[in-house]
Design a protein around this ligand. Structure first.
Ligand SMILES: Nc1ncnc2c1ncn2[C@@H]1O[C@H](COP(=O)(O)OP(=O)(O)OP(=O)(O)O)[C@@H](O)[C@H]1O
Ligand SMILES: [Mg+2]
Length: 341
């Protein structure tokens, strides 16, 4: 836990606040201590923030921490997942809808207006359609928005935090994200490391969530076996902290001994828990890991040859190896999908 908790505990109004206060930010390790320092600095300013990180790495939690440590803490914290709404509903959801006497529809405020005086988190910002990119750019430049169907500029005071799992710079290169908006959003940056790179924080997080889930008198599990700790440290966690929470929750229920085993976590060698429905991200990550591993073995560790076979650049291959924590030597000597107990 970091000293950010005290910052997060110093206010308290809406349910969002209660939720943020109830979720401590676990991260005593070096990587997360650096993140905590960055969050504290970002909270002293009012410029837009771009948070990057794989799925489930805590982008929303970090955005809440920034809000609660900022001068806006008594204002609203509102979030909108740009990737979750259809292009038909997103515009009005973000900018609001002007009353239409003709269509007989009442006017309503969007999330930007709802966030006035506070912070708006835009998740999956790369999914924002072009027209709304323009509207958001205008807000960032002029501080006003127009409701859909409206003509009047509405002045607002909202801090924008954008989040993405992907590479927004690449989206700019691919022509699907406006460059001017990218530079407007990318003033302050926060990069959240994947769980597999967080060292001792992995077990600390698991222990924290086990304390939360241990169900009353029947809950036997008081901790994790050494084998379970080892397996948690070796597993690549494609779903990151969200996946860890789900595995620990299940283990807390299923465990029949005092110490949770790798099997309780569904992380025993080569087996997949029957009731675990893998996310698309997990499936993709595993497929990528397998393909990279196989290519490196097939080419006896020759990275350039492996990259050619995979039809990606060497740089991309190194980036992927880095992302999944794959080392050439370990690829040559082991099976990465068989997480050793
Ligand atoms: N450092 C942390 N300490 C404790 N819990 C955490 C931490 N980081 C994330 N969590 C928890 O992990 C879960 C996922 O976090 P969050 O929703 O913020 O991730 P995200 O990056 O926004 O995910 P997505 O990419 O899917 O939108 C939440 O339940 C959150 O409370
Ligand atoms: Mg999120």
């Amino acid at each position: 836990m970091t000293s950010l908790d005290s910052a997060a505990g110093s206010r308290g109004r809406a349910t969002d606040d209660a939720q943020a206060a109830a979720t401590p930010f676990i991260g005593g390790g070096e990587a997360m201590q650096a993140v905590a320092r960055t969050i504290r600095k970002i909270a002293t300013d009012d410029a837009p923030v771009l948070i990057t990180g794989e799925t489930g790495t805590g982008k929303e939690l970090a955005a809440r921490q920034i809000h609660h440590a900022s001068r806006r803490r008594d204002g609203p914290f509102i979030s909108l997942d740009c990737g979750a709404l259809s292009p038909a509903t997103l515009p009005a959801e973000l900018f609001g809808q002007e009353r239409s006497a003709f269509a007989g529809t009442p006017g309503r405020a969007g999330r930007l207006e709802a966030a006035n005086g506070g912070t708006l988190l835009l998740e999956e910002i790369d999914a924002l359609p072009a027209a709304q990119q323009a509207g958001l750019l205008r807000f960032l430049e002029e501080g006003t928005i127009e409701r859909i169907g409206g003509l009047e500029g509405i002045p607002l005071d909202v801090r924008i935090i954008a989040a993405t799992q992907g590479d927004l710079a690449q989206a700019v290169q691919d022509g699907i994200f406006r460059e001017d908006l990218y530079y407007r959003l990318n003033v302050l940056q926060l990069a959240l490391p994947p769980l597999r790179e967080r060292g001792d924080d992995i077990v600390a997080l698991a222990e924290h969530y086990l304390r939360q889930f241990r169900p009353g008198p029947n809950g036997r599990a008081v901790g994790f076996s050494e084998a379970a700790k080892r397996v948690m440290n070796a597993y690549p966690w494609p779903g990151n902290i969200r996946e860890l929470i789900n595995r620990v929750r299940r283990a807390a229920v299923m465990c029949e001994t005092r110490l949770i085993t790798p099997a309780d976590l569904g992380l025993e060698r080569r087996t997949e828990p029957r009731d675990h429905v893998p996310t698309l991200a997990e499936v993709r990550a595993r497929a990528e890991v397998r393909a990279i591993h196989a290519a490196i073995r097939r080419n006896r560790g020759n990275i350039a040859a492996a990259a050619r076979q995979l039809e990606i650049s060497r740089v991309t291959l190194y980036q992927l190896m880095d992302k999944y924590g794959l080392e050439k030597d370990r690829c040559l000597s082991s099976d990465p999908v068989a997480w050793k107990n």
